[in-house]
Design a protein around this ligand. Structure first.
Ligand code: NAP
Length: 487
């Protein structure tokens, strides 16, 4: 047996034990993980600060978000209705007789999670993918990100403490470090791996997705990849609020040096004097933003290369850059503009430049703006900025935007993702590999389960969620009606 075999055999053994845990037991484990992370806060935040260049307030906030995510999933599985229990009782008098059928969601088995470079806590070792997989009843193998390997190992240490105190199988969560194309690829290809969670580049996510589909038994890869998050700026609001919108968008474009998957990389509007004013204001705001260090040298190199490639495209015009020249590994905040006709002929403009960069696309008229929107690939978010009159007059644009992304935002910035039941952090390919799911919020658990129907089973043979007397007291669909009581 090689190392990967040992890891995955252990993950499988842990799954066989952990999947029998009740919602209350899993909730207790998730809360213990949150407590151990909280107890190690200072060390974790300081280590992440050294490894990622991210400032302490941001890291403290992200750590709180991470423990809140764990508690959100704890509450979800403790309440229990998430299993979507549905019961159709038998009818012997029907011709042919109708059998008793009962359905619920069950965990798929060991899940491999790839930590993201840009969220060392919330999308990494104990982040949303791990929390949702553990909530489902799956064991987890984490491939830590090399950009914050120490932080990842420390978070895993906190998880191990929770494993001991909660009495769950020793290998319910495992942690490996190493290269993605060797260690990561081997984990995805291993026959015992049942699902994969990933956040990162398009090339990384697509490579892992392809590997998973080439397996003898293909498995789902839920990869959150690239997105340029188009924003539509409508006319009336530009006339009334150009300066305020420019201020809030300059802040959003450069928040965390643009290292957010929801960064607004594309601003679309029909040409007008108000748009010209907006572009001038946005440029002035960007000039005032100080360059800062990016997460790691690789991301910095990739941003510099992407920015350079963008700015040499035919027809592009640089609007503004930070007035301060960037130092080593610092990103150069930049705004550019291009006419929609040129945008449409060059696919390069649709590529993500991961960092503090945004491109304004100036359209001749509304039809051209709709053409630009229609030419875009799947996105995580799309935003519309408009007055009530704007929105009433442009329902066709909003209808188009709804087909484009997992989240459509009105009069706000796309950076900032609430962790809640209604959140969709997903979207059509290539934003993700499967636009039917979200990687943020409680429904992220649905990625790690499959529905199973029990037909003809006696009551005492059924899982508690499907028993007649409803011992878990959960909401169920019984003979097509929502019910909480017993049958
Ligand atoms: P990444 O390069 O995709 O890496 C993420 C994880 O996937 C790492 O663990 C990496 O392993 C692994 N990996 C990458 N390519 C792989 C392959 N071909 N086969 C197997 N495993 C592979 O992402 P990153 O390091 O976070 O950032 C790199 C670029 O990704 C950025 O410059 C940016 O353009 C983009 N990015 C986008 C988002 C977004 O949300 N849209 C977020 C972060 C980054 P290693 O440890 O070997 O690197």
């Amino acid at each position: 047996m090689n190392d990967m075999d040992i890891i995955m055999q252990n993950a499988r053994a842990a799954f066989d034990s952990y999947k029998t845990f009740s919602g209350i037991q899993k909730a207790s484990f998730l809360r213990k993980v949150a407590e151990e992370i909280e107890a190690a806060r200072e060390t974790l935040v300081n280590t992440a600060n050294e490894e990622t260049n991210l400032p302490l307030p941001r890291l403290n906030g992200e750590l709180t978000r991470t423990t809140n995510q764990l508690k959100l999933f704890a509450n979800l599985v403790e309440e229990g209705s998430w299993v979507e229990a549905a019961i159709d009782t038998a009818d012997k008098n029907r011709t042919p007789p109708k059998p008793d059928t009962r359905k619920m969601l069950l965990p798929v088995g060991p899940v491999v999670v790839f930590g993201a470079s840009n969220f060392p806590f919330a999308f990494s070792t104990a982040g949303g993918d791990t929390a949702s997989a553990l909530a489902s009843g799956s064991s987890v193998v984490i491939k830590g990100h090399s950009a914050h390997a120490k932080t990842s190992a420390l978070v895993f240490g906190a998880i191990q403490k929770a494993i001991e105190s909660a009495g769950v199988h020793k290998y319910t969560v495992q942690h490996v470090l190493g290269s993605g194309s060797t260690v990561g690829a081997a984990l995805v290809q291993h026959p015992l791996t049942a699902g994969v969670g990933f956040t990162g580049s398009f090339s990384g996510g697509k490579a892992l997705w392809d590997l998973a589909n080439k397996r003898e038994r293909p498995i789902p890869v839920f990869a959150e990849m690239s997105s340029i998050n188009p924003v539509v700026l409508l006319e009336d609001t530009l006339q009334k609020n150009a300066a305020a919108i420019a201020k809030s968008y300059a802040a959003s474009i450069t928040l965390g040096m643009g290292q957010f998957c929801t960064n607004p990389g594309l601003l679309l509007a029909v040409k007008s004097n108000a748009l010209n004013d907006f572009i001038v204001s946005l440029g002035k705001e960007i000039e005032q933003v100080l360059p800062q260090k990016m997460l790691h040298s690789g991301i910095h190199a990739s941003y510099s290369k992407g920015l350079e490639a963008a700015l040499i495209q035919k027809g592009i015009e640089k609007v503004a850059q930070s007035e301060k020249q960037p130092a080593v590994e610092e990103a150069f905040p930049t705004i550019a503009k291009v006419a929609a006709g040129i945008f449409m002929t060059n696919p390069h403009f649709r590529e993500e430049v991961f960092g503090p960069y945004s491109l304004v696309v100036v359209c001749d008229d509304k039809n051209q703006l709709k053409e630009v929107l229609s030419s875009l690939q799947g996105q995580l978010t799309t935003t519309v900025m408009g007055t009530d009159d704007d929105i009433r007059d442009n329902s066709d644009i909003i209808a188009l935007q709804t087909t484009l992304a997992g989240r459509i935002i009105l009069n706000d910035v796309p950076t900032g993702v609430e962790v809640c039941a209604s959140m969709v952090h997903g979207g059509p390919f290539p934003a993700t590999t499967d636009g039917r799911y979200t990687s943020v919020g409680s429904t992220a658990i649905k990625r790690w389960v499959r529905p199973v129907c029990f037909q003809g089973f006696k009551d005492d043979m059924l899982p508690d969620a499907l028993k007649d007397n409803n011992p878990l007291n959960i909401w169920r669909i019984v003979n097509n009606e929502w019910k909480k009581g017993s049958i």
